[in-house]
Design a protein around this ligand. Structure first.
Ligand SMILES: *[C@@H]1O[C@H](CO)[C@@H](O)[C@H](O)[C@H]1NC(C)=O
Ligand SMILES: *[C@@H]1O[C@H](CO)[C@@H](O)[C@H](O)[C@H]1NC(C)=O
Ligand SMILES: *[C@@H]1O[C@H](CO)[C@@H](O)[C@H](O)[C@H]1NC(C)=O
Ligand SMILES: *[C@@H]1O[C@H](CO)[C@@H](O)[C@H](O)[C@H]1NC(C)=O
Ligand SMILES: *[C@@H]1O[C@H](CO)[C@@H](O)[C@H](O)[C@H]1NC(C)=O
Length: 239
């Protein structure tokens, strides 16, 4: 808690220090609260709310740019990497506020959903399985009951969350089978732990790095997750 407060204080002073230096058209790079770097051209800056609007290169197409509204109070670092060259850029386009509100609402919902899937007592893999199931059933239909994943208040999956661990309180065959299919598919698309163990055991240190890296490359937590500052919480897939 003390560390968090200190971090927040240093964040605020970072923002305060750069307050007066933003000129429209300069290029800045911000590190947001998920340690992602957002680089873009300053479109606007509001001193009172510490909101910075950046125009960034679109990840998907060259013709468009993404507009980020950054809350500098939540950024851990802000750096001006190129001052405006003095030539004014095009006027920023009008924002569709309804669309911005909708985006914000959706982002908050996604973050809340992601937080629901978190459970400190189970493996990251089990949390991923939870998300895979919630994707099919909707986050409102899935919950943690201790270490168990519960679906529709009826079907329970207990550790180690395999097909054999699926139980339906009302013996509903069809929901059970559907959930078993999700589980099967989930574990089929990731490296088998058995294979990992034999590889590690048979070949020593050199081979051991191979399964480790293949496991981490499958994990979606860092690669496919991106976010904005719309709400606090854990990162969830954007859009
Ligand atoms: C920016 O973040 C700070 C800290 O969480 C918060 O108090 C403030 O309301 C946010 N500003 C806006 C405009 O949302
Ligand atoms: C600014 O614009 C002028 C003329 O419009 C141009 O000659 C000059 O190269 C531009 N400067 C930069 C840094 O782009
Ligand atoms: C089994 O569960 C599904 C999904 O909740 C439901 O549509 C179906 O009516 C249930 N069947 C029985 C026999 O309870
Ligand atoms: C893999 O190894 C871990 C410990 O290194 C062990 O707990 C686990 O049971 C092993 N899995 C299999 C499938 O052998
Ligand atoms: C594996 O490595 C350990 C130490 O890292 C060593 O003691 C052992 O002899 C090695 N085994 C083989 C089969 O190379």
């Amino acid at each position: 808690m003390a560390a968090a407060a200190a971090a927040a204080a240093s964040v605020l002073s970072t923002a305060a220090a750069v307050n007066d230096c933003f000129s429209i058209g300069s290029t800045v790079v911000c590190t947001n609260c998920f340690s992602e770097e957002i680089e873009g051209e300053v479109l606007a800056f509001d001193h009172n709310t510490k909101m910075l609007v950046l125009k960034c290169r679109s990840k998907t197409t060259d013709e468009l740019s993404d507009v980020y509204v950054m809350n500098l109070s939540l950024c851990s670092n802000v750096q001006v990497i190129k001052e405006c060259n003095g030539n004014s850029t095009d006027d920023p386009q009008k924002l569709n506020l309804e669309q911005v509100k909708m985006r914000l609402r959706k982002t908050v919902e996604r973050r809340q959903d992601f937080l629901k899937s978190k459970n400190a007592d189970v493996s990251p893999e089990a949390q991923e399985l939870y998300r895979a199931i919630a994707k099919q059933y909707g986050y409102n239909e899935v919950s943690w009951q201790g270490l168990n994943i519960q679906i529709l208040n009826e079907v329970t999956i207990s550790p180690p969350y395999r097909v054999d661990n699926v139980v339906s309180s009302s013996n509903n065959e069809s929901s059970c089978n559907y959930i078993k299919r999700i589980i099967k598919q989930f574990f089929n698309t990731r490296p088998s732990p058995a294979l990992e163990n034999t590889t590690t055991a048979t070949h020593n240190s050199t081979a051991a790095t191979v399964p480790t890296s293949s496991v981490s490359s499958v994990s979606p937590t860092s690669s496919s997750l991106s976010s904005s500052n719309a709400a606090s919480g854990s990162p969830v897939p954007a859009n």
